[in-house]
Write a protein that binds this ligand. Structure first.
Ligand code: HEM
Length: 443
């Protein structure tokens, strides 16, 4: 240790000793315990070194979302702070390949989301785990949600007859500038967890264990800011990168009947039998022109969305949970007729069928070639009918004033497989069995 360092450390020690004396000098019986605690805390804080790890909390890393169930996790389960969508191409030429891929993928997802200790292998071999989370993999609130794109079905004759009724390749909307490298894919993986490291660890595990089946195509990470509760204990929605609360009018994901209506494919939906319990996922990578937005007057920003920026209240309300009354404002004097929320959900009986569940993350990627911040929204929405849900809503939004500040550049549509029911079951089992059985023969 250099002389200077030793000097500083001994001065530091002397200061701590002085503080200890001072606190102990408070010396009443009641003050004693307090003083001891303060000393312990102070000593710990003072001993912290620059490269000491930021501390995590056991209660967070041990948070575990059950894997087995009628539906996959990561859709109506609360959104943690970090998310990532990865689109992959699948190498599976036969129903048997496809079945093996699904079993292996499920096995990895169970391990990663429930946690455990990777096996110790012979050091002559690559280790079983990347090690980036340490020797034990803790669940950290991780969910991994698997969907299939239309190309998965269309490119394989033995799957074509099993394609979900509304699954299709994402088409260009009027304001889109889709980059081919950021679009579509055979299979989507949505990772959500408390930390970006847990998501990346899970992705690396899956790529390492399924190299013969999966080739990544594009990936987008994102996060949601944590939010302080209000004085009354309620927790407002998190803000997106345009500074507005995002999620205010989202349907309640804990309302099971509502989710059955809006999100989950049911028995009577005209879908193949294997798809019951699944849902359609619409993913959009939407760039935000934040520099331009930050130079736009507040009043204009609020008129564009139809909500007040700080509170999140609708234009005719005072708090975020207030419901706008468009019937009382037919000419759009209070909430413009082309405001984002009014177009997205006109709140008429006919447009109820286009409700969807949004589960977005904000993303920040770096700097664009022309020196602008590359930020935006990793928009993710779930619905039981892609056409009535996302496609209708986006069609209504075409031409909205918000378009001056946003540019969709990527994404895709996927069908999220129903859940694996219990240990031994695996994601997509019914689909794999139907594929193995072959198309129905005409009599
Ligand atoms: C960067 C792009 C976008 C931004 C910044 C954005 C932002 C917002 C904000 C601030 C709200 C109001 C708060 C809330 O209810 O969550 C909202 C509502 C909503 N947005 Fe977006 N949004 C974007 C893209 C989209 C897209 C692509 C869709 C679907 C096609 C969509 C559908 C909706 C819906 C359905 C609502 C709720 C309207 C209501 O029920 O009142 N948004 N959005």
């Amino acid at each position: 240790m250099a002389h200077d360092d030793r000097n500083k450390r001994s001065q530091h020690g002397a200061l701590n000793a002085d503080r200890r004396k001072l606190l102990l000098g408070l010396g009443t019986a009641a003050g004693g315990a307090l003083a001891t605690n303060l000393i312990a805390n102070n000593a710990r804080a003072d001993d912290k070194q620059v490269t000491d790890a930021p501390e995590s909390h056991r209660s967070d890393v041990e948070q575990r979302v059950p894997f087995y169930g009628v539906h996959q996790a990561g859709i109506v389960t609360p959104r943690p702070a970090n998310g990532m969508v990865v689109s992959l191409d699948v190498i599976a030429d036969t129903p048997a390949d496809f079945d093996r891929m699904l079993r292996k993928l499920t096995e990895r997802i169970v391990f990663l989301t429930q946690g455990g200790q990777p096996p110790n292998l012979d050091p002559k071999l690559p280790p079983a785990d990347s090690g980036i989370l340490g020797p034990v993999v803790l669940p950290d609130n991780l969910t991994i949600t698997v969907g299939l794109g239309s190309s998965m079905f269309e490119m394989r004759p033995w799957l074509a007859h099993l394609k979900p009724a509304h699954l299709q390749r994402m088409k260009q909307f009027t304001n889109d500038a889709l980059e081919p490298d950021l679009c579509h894919g055979d299979l989507s993986l949505q990772f959500s967890s408390n930390t970006a490291d847990t998501n990346i660890h899970a992705l690396r595990d899956i790529l390492k264990n399924l190299p013969e089946y999966l080739v990544p195509r594009w990936k987008q990470e994102g996060s949601v800011p944590t939010v302080l509760p209000e004085a009354d204990g309620s927790v407002p929605s998190a803000r997106n990168f345009l500074g507005f609360r995002d999620g205010s009018a989202n349907p309640h994901s804990s309302d099971h009947l509502l989710m059955d209506e809006i999100v989950w494919v049911g028995e009577i939906a005209g879908e193949p039998q294997w798809a019951v319990g699944g849902t359609y996922q619409a993913v959009r990578i939407i760039r935000n022109f934040v520099e331009r937005w930050d130079r736009t007057p507040l009043g204009e920003q609020e008129r564009i969305f139809g909500r007040k920026k700080m509170s999140g209240a609708p234009m005719d309300g005072t708090k975020e949970s207030d419901v706008p009354d468009y019937a009382k404002d037919p000419d759009g004097k209070i909430t413009r007729l082309n405001a984002h929320i009014r177009l997205a959900n006109p709140r008429t009986p006919e447009t109820r069928k286009s409700l969807m569940l949004r589960r977005p993350f904000n993303y920040s990627n770096g700097i664009t070639k022309n020196g602008q911040l590359d930020q935006g929204l990793l928009f993710i929405a779930y619905q039981s009918d892609l056409e009535k849900g996302f496609i209708s809503v986006q069609t209504r939004l075409n031409g909205e004033p918000l378009e001056e500040y946003i540019k969709p550049i990527g994404g895709g549509y996927f069908f999220v497989l129903p859940g694996a029911r219990e240990a031994g079951d695996y994601l997509g089992r019914k689909l794999a069995e139907a594929a193995a059985a072959g198309p129905p023969t005409r009599s």
